[in-house]
Design a binder for this molecule. Sequence first.
Ligand code: GLC
Length: 745
Amino acid sequence: MNKKRTGMKMSISSDKEVAKRVKALLKKMSLEEKIGQLNQVGGADFAPGPKAEDQIRKGGAGSVLWLNDTKRFNELQKIAVEESPSGIPLLFALDVIHGYHTIFPVPLAMASSWDPNVPEKSQTVAAKEARAAGLHWTFGPMLDICRDARWGRIVEGAGEDPYLGAAMAAAQVRGFQGNDISNPERMLACAKHFAGYGYSDGGRDYDPVYLSETQLRNIVLPPFKAAVKAGVATFMSAYMDLNDVPASGNRWLLRQVLRKEWGFGGFVVSDAFAVANMVIQGHARDRLDAALRGIKAGLNMDMSSYTYTEGMVKLVKNGLLKVSEIEELVRPILALKIKMGLFENPYVDEGLLEKVIALPEHRQISRWSAQRSMVLLRNEGGLLPLSKDLKNVAVIGPLADSMEATEGSWMVFGHKPAVVTVLQGIRAKLPGAQVTYSPGPEIRRDIPSWFESMMAGEVRKPAQSPEEAEAAFQAALETARAADQVIMVLGETDLMAGEAASRASLDLPGRQEELLKAVAALGKPVVLVLLNGRPLSVNWAAEHIPAILEAWEPGTEGGHAVADILFGDVNPGGKLPVSFPRKGSHAPLYYARNLTHSPEGSPMYNPRYWDGLPVPLYPFGYGLSYTTFEFSNLKVSKSKVKVGKSVTVSVDVTNTGKVTGDEVAQLYIHQKWGTDTRPMRELKGFERITLQPRETKKVTFRLGPDELQYWSTNAGKWIQDATEFDIWVGADSTATLHADLKVVN
Ligand code: GLC
C-alpha cells in the first residue's frame, strides 16, 4: 500500500472494485485493527478516554469526532496513514446540523419552508464548508418525529408529521451527500437518532420510549426509510430504551428493519458513549456484555465509549464472537472510506477553508433559507409590512441583539461572530431612521445546561440581580415610550432548546410576557418577532399583539431576513411543521389524531380538559401571507379506484390579493373505516407555489398505494383497505375544501 500520497486523484468507486479492495484490506489487517475500525475516538478535551494519537498509531481508531481543527485533522490523519500498521485513513466527524461556518436556519425552521430546496441547498453549502475544514461526516439529518413541544430536541427535526419529515429527510441527505460521495465538496450524512427518541413521556430528554409497531412503522420510521431511499451513508442509534431495549443494542431496529427490510448497506454508529451506557441503563451486565450486545445487534461503531477496543478480542477468545461477525461490521466502514477516495486523498488543503467560507453565495443562500422558513402568525389590520419611512423605531427584548439566539441550537463548537442579529438587520434596513434598542430583563434557564461548560470560547455572564432586572425592565419601557413603532424580539435562548433542554412549560421564559404587556399598554403599534427552537404558548400575544412573525433560529443572515419580511422586501410563505399548544400540559398535541367516539363538533363531544380545550393556538400547516389565496375546483380523476391503483387530485389556487406571494397547497386524507382506525387527517401531499396577484395555478397530487397503505398491527403487515376516504386540500391542516374517494377490490 503506497503510504505517501500527493495530489488529488479520484477514487475507484465501482461496487465490485470496492468489494475487492475491502477484501484485500481485511486480509492483511490484524484482529485488533479490524476492531479499531469500529472505534470512534473522542477528539475533544471533554471526551474521557485514552489519547487519540496512541489509539490511532496502533490502528485502534476508525474515526475521530468532536475535533474542529483543520491542522489537527492532518496531523492525526498522517499518523493513521503513515504510521499505523495498515495505513487506513480516519473519518473526521462533527455535528454540522445547520451549517459549519455559514449558519442556516435550524432544521425545524427549514421544515417550515415546506420547500425541500431549502434544506438541500443549505446542507450543500454546509457540506462544502465542512469538507474544506477537513471534516468527512456529519451527524445529521436528525429525523426524530416529535409531537411534544416540551422536548428540547424538537428544534433539530422536521416537526410532527412523517410525510413532511420524509421529504425533508431526503432533501437533507441530497444536500450533504449529493449523488457522489467521492466529490470533495460532499460529506457522509447520518440519519439519527434511530429510533423513536422524540417520544419520551412528557418530552423529558433521554427518558425511555414505549411505542407500538403501528406508531413506529406509520409515524416514526418513514423519515428514516426515506433517508435510506435517498442513499444515506450512515445511521446513528438513539440513546434511550425503545420498548425496554436500548436502541444501540436493538436487533429489531438495526438488523430486522434497517438491514433485512430496508436493505441498508452503510454503517451504524452509536450515540455518544451509548454502548457503555447500556450498563447504566440496567440493560447490560458490564462493559463486555454491552460490547457483545452492540455487535450482535448490528451496531458497527462505538462512539467514544471504547467498549469494543477494550473487550472484543476477549469475546473472540471466549468463543462468544466470531471474527467473521466483526468483519461483517467493518466492511461498510472501509467501503465508504474507499468510495470517498480517502485512500487516494486523505489530507485537506489547509488554505482551502478561508476561500470557501468567503464565497458570497453562501450567505445569500443562508438569507434565502431564512426568508423562506419564517412563518407569519398574525397580521391584524395589515400592520405588516412596515414602512421604510419610519423615523423612530424601538427594538426591544433580550434576544434582539443576541448572536446565540439568532444562530440557534447545536453551536457547541463555537458561535460565529459573523451573524446579523435582528437589531442589526433592522438598522441596516432603515439607515436614515433612529433605531433604539433596549434588552429588558435577561432570560436564562432555571437549571443551567451542561453544554454551557462546553461552549467553545464562551463564558456566560453571571445572572442579573432582581434590581438590575427591574432597572432593565423600566429602561426598556422608556425606550418604547420614546418611539413611534416598537419591535419586540422575544423567545428562547439557544440553550433553551436542543439536547438536554426539555421544559415543562411552553410560556415565554422570564419576564418577557410581562414586558410585552407593559409595552403594549403604551398604545404604540407593536410587532412581535419570535426567536425560538420550539412552539411557544404565546396565548396573550396571539390576542393582543397585531403582528407576530415566527422567525425560529434563523442563522447567520437571520437579522437581514427578519427585516426583509418586516419591511416588505419579502412576503413570508412559511407554514408550521408542528402544532402550537396553548399550554405545555396539553402536549403531546398533534393534528393526525383518531376521531374517537367523542369527536369535536359531535353531540357526544367532551372537552378533553374542563380547564381549557386542548386545541392548538396555531394548527399544523398554518401560516399567513401579505396577500390572500383561494382554493377552488378540487377534482379527483376518478371517484372510484381499485386497491393498488392511483388517482390524480387537482385544485386551483388563486392569489386574490394585491402582492405576489407563496402558498403551500396541502393535501390531507382520512380513511373513514377499515382494518384499523386511521387518523382523522393525514398529510399526503404538499407543494409551495408562487402566485402573482390574480394569478391561478392548478396543483396536482398523486394518490396511490404509497399514500393509502399503512402498517396494521391488527393484520401484522402493510395493507391497503378497500374503503372510503375524505380528501381535503387547502392552506393548513384545517382545510375545508373536500372531495370523496372510494377504493374497491
Ligand atoms: C450527542 C447527541 C447526538 C450527537 C452526538 C455527537 O449527545 O445525542 O445527536 O450527534 O452526541 O455529538
